[in-house]
Design a protein around this ligand. Sequence first.
Ligand SMILES: [Zn+2]
Length: 80
Amino acid sequence: MDNGMIRKYEKAKLYAEERERISIQSMAVSFDGKNNPHTVEFTNDGWKCDCHFFETRNRCSHTMALEIILDQMIPEKVAQ
Ligand SMILES: [Zn+2]
């Protein structure tokens, strides 16, 4: 890495510790569940998962796992 890139990498490491700077607006994830693979999406409307549990509860182990992983990066009003 050249010096310019090294400085950017140092800055990136600091940013990575300041999760509150990051606000995820949308994403799609392929989740390898215990029984089946699932597609989990996050948009302005909140979470969506194609598993059966999510159909009735609007939250499931897959979305909650991602909430834990993405701590502080999901807008609070959408995460609940
Ligand atoms: Zn699910």
